[in-house]
Ligand binder design. Structure first.
Ligand SMILES: [Zn+2]
Length: 263
C-alpha cells in the first residue's frame, strides 16, 4: 500500500529562480513565517507551463507543493497580485534585487523569523507603487531595517561603549564599525575608522523611522544616498559577512546619476 502523500501550502515571495535540467526550475520562496523554502517547479521553463507567469521573481504567490524526501515539488502557484511587476524598469529591478538578495541571506530554511516577511513584502510592494527614483530610498531603508531586525543595529544615538548620549551639536560623529557604533569624546581614544556627518545621521534616522509609504513621498538628498549604500555595504560585510552585488551596483549607479545632475 502506498504511503499517503503530504502537501504543504501557503503564501510566499519568490526570491530566486534557478534553472534545473532542460525545462525545470528550482524556486526559493520567503514564507509568511519568515523562513525559506526551495521547491522544484517541473516544466516551469516551458512557455505553456501553468507556472510560467505565476512564479516571476519577487512576485507574491499562493503555492501548494508535494513534500518529498528531497526538495518539495510545486503543484500549484497562483499570483496574489498579478499586476505587481517591475519587469520593464531597470532601476526598480535593481532596487527589488537588493531587497530579494538580502532577504535570501537573512532568512533560513526551517527557521521562523518574525515580522521579516511583512517587512520584505512591504518593501517590494512599495517599490512597485513608487517612482524609480524613490525606489532607491525604499531599498536603502529596507537594508538597514532588515539588518536591525536581525539583531545587527548600529548604535548611532548613544556612545556604543559607555552609553552616554552623543553631542549632536557637533557636525560629525566618530564611528567604529568594529565597536558597533558612534563614540563619545571620552571614548574616542578607542580606534575609530570613520566620521559620520550630522547630515548623514539625520538621513539614516529618517530612513530608520519612516514607513515605506512615507519614503515614497520623502524629499531626500541624492548625495547622501550613496553614503548610506556604502555604509550598509561595509556594515553587512563586517558583521554578517554578506556582500551584495546589487548594493554595490546601486552605489555605482547613484554616483553616475549624481554626476549627471552636476554636469
Ligand atoms: Zn563613550
Amino acid at each position: 500500500m502506498s504511503k499517503q502523500q503530504r502537501y504543504i501550502s501557503g503564501c510566499g515571495i519568490v526570491l530566486k529562480r534557478t534553472k534545473l535540467k532542460e525545462t525545470d526550475m528550482i524556486i526559493t520562496i520567503l514564507c509568511e513565517d519568515g523562513s525559506l523554502i526551495s521547491m522544484v517547479a517541473k516544466g516551469a521553463r516551458k512557455p505553456q507551463s501553468v507556472f510560467a507567469h505565476a512564479i516571476e521573481l519577487y512576485a507574491t504567490i499562493r503555492y501548494s507543493a508535494r513534500a518529498t524526501s528531497q526538495l518539495a515539488q510545486l503543484t500549484e502557484a497562483l499570483p496574489v497580485n498579478f499586476k505587481e511587476t517591475n519587469r520593464n524598469d531597470y532601476t526598480k529591478l535593481l532596487t527589488s534585487s537588493i531587497v530579494g538578495d538580502l532577504a535570501q541571506h537573512l532568512a533560513q530554511e526551517d527557521l521562523a523569523f518574525e515580522k521579516f516577511y511583512a517587512l520584505t513584502h512591504a518593501a517590494l510592494h512599495a517599490i512597485v507603487h513608487t517612482s524609480s527614483q524613490q525606489s532607491w530610498w525604499i531599498a536603502a531603508a529596507y537594508v538597514l531595517k532588515a539588518y536591525s531586525m536581525a539583531g545587527f543595529r548600529p548604535c548611532l544615538t548613544h556612545c556604543c561603549i559607555c552609553g552616554s548620549p552623543l553631542q549632536l551639536t557637533r557636525n560629525y560623529q566618530r564611528f567604529s564599525c568594529n565597536e558597533g557604533g558612534c563614540l563619545c569624546s571620552a571614548c574616542q581614544s578607542c580606534s575609530y575608522e570613520h566620521t559620520l556627518s550630522y547630515a548623514f545621521l539625520n538621513c539614516y534616522w529618517t530612513l530608520e523611522t519612516s514607513t515605506f509609504a512615507q519614503l515614497s513621498d520623502a524629499v531626500l538628498e541624492l548625495s547622501l544616498l550613496k553614503k548610506v549604500f556604502e555604509f550598509e555595504s561595509t556594515w553587512l560585510s563586517f558583521h554578517l559577512s554578506i556582500t551584495l552585488k546589487s548594493l554595490r551596483l546601486a552605489s555605482h549607479d547613484i554616483t553616475a546619476l549624481a554626476r549627471g545632475r552636476c554636469s
